[in-house]
Design a protein around this ligand. Structure first.
Ligand SMILES: *[C@@H]1O[C@H](CO)[C@@H](O)[C@H](O)[C@H]1NC(C)=O
Ligand SMILES: *[C@@H]1O[C@H](CO)[C@@H](O)[C@H](O)[C@H]1NC(C)=O
Ligand SMILES: *[C@@H]1O[C@H](CO)[C@@H](O)[C@H](O)[C@H]1NC(C)=O
Length: 238
């Protein structure tokens, strides 16, 4: 009996929490800069498809235009652009019918021969930041990296890794090949580490005290947010 009611509680709670209305935008290839002519696929990964999430963008020429209507073609749940044009540089995001928005992503398309590949999503404090300076025709030329216009280092393979980033690493990055050919700049944001630090999760089942704590939280959750459900459960238990 105790076990079945616990399963009930877990099921109910997961149903309740799965209705939060959120989406996240992903881009493939995952790069904030692209060469002209590259193809790209963008998709809104949503919790609730009935919320009518659409992909939109602002460019220098248009605002809030929708994928599949004003530009690009929809391919299932994603939006494919077969030929990126420099005019398609801008900010891309997903928006629900009610106006909720996802994370936004800045994409810069260049007609030039060099791009800086930087993370499209904010980097969390303490993580590593990898920057790649890439030429349109593969080369082994050394790359110089700059942050906010200041030279920060030369890398022979074109990759630079900044270990354990902090908020001060946030800024506008670019790279130069052979000190002459320059990439467009891209903004890299660094987000604060969440305050609640959890111990590493183990594969072992949680100890009984954790389970009790979980059950307690579920019950509190149900009592606070769902008095009708809890009374139904009480009735069915007794
Ligand atoms: C897009 O442009 C509109 C109109 O200028 C502006 O209100 C909105 O904040 C922009 N969206 C993003 C994500 O930058
Ligand atoms: C859209 O892009 C994805 C990922 O690159 C690819 O798998 C898919 O075949 C593309 N669809 C169309 C219709 O081009
Ligand atoms: C997009 O670029 C603008 C200008 O560089 C910057 O202020 C903004 O924070 C960037 N947004 C994201 C999501 O990186």
């Amino acid at each position: 009996m105790a076990r079945t009611s616990l399963q009930w509680l877990i099921l109910l709670t997961s149903l309740l929490t799965s209705t939060t209305n959120q989406a996240s935008l992903t881009v493939s290839p995952s790069s904030s800069q692209m060469f002209e002519g590259q193809s790209v696929s963008l998709s809104c990964e949503e919790d609730d498809s009935s919320a009518g999430w659409t992909l939109r963008r602002n460019t220098t020429r248009e605002t809030r235009t929708q994928c599949g209507v004003d530009w690009a073609t929809t391919a299932g749940s994603s939006c494919n652009i077969s030929y990126m044009d420099p005019l398609e540089s801008g900010v891309y995001w997903c928006e629900s019918r009610e106006g909720a928005t996802s994370n936004s992503i800045n994409i810069t398309v260049t007609g030039g021969p060099v791009i800086l590949q930087s993370p499209v999503l904010p980097v969390m404090e303490g993580e590593d930041l990898t920057l790649t300076c890439k030429t349109k025709t593969p080369s082994n030329l050394p790359a110089g990296f700059y942050k906010d216009g200041v030279f920060i280092g030369n890398e022979h393979e074109g990759h630079m890794t900044i270990h354990h980033v902090s908020r001060s690493d946030e800024g506008l990055y670019k790279c130069l090949i052979s000190s002459v050919v320059e990439s467009p700049p891209s903004w890299v944001s660094v987000t604060e580490k969440p305050k609640t630090t959890r111990p590493p999760t183990s594969a072992a089942p949680p100890p009984a005290s954790d389970l009790l704590h979980l059950v307690f939280r579920l019950v509190v959750h149900l009592v606070v947010f769902c008095p009708d459900t809890i009374s139904t459960i009480m009735v069915s238990l007794y």
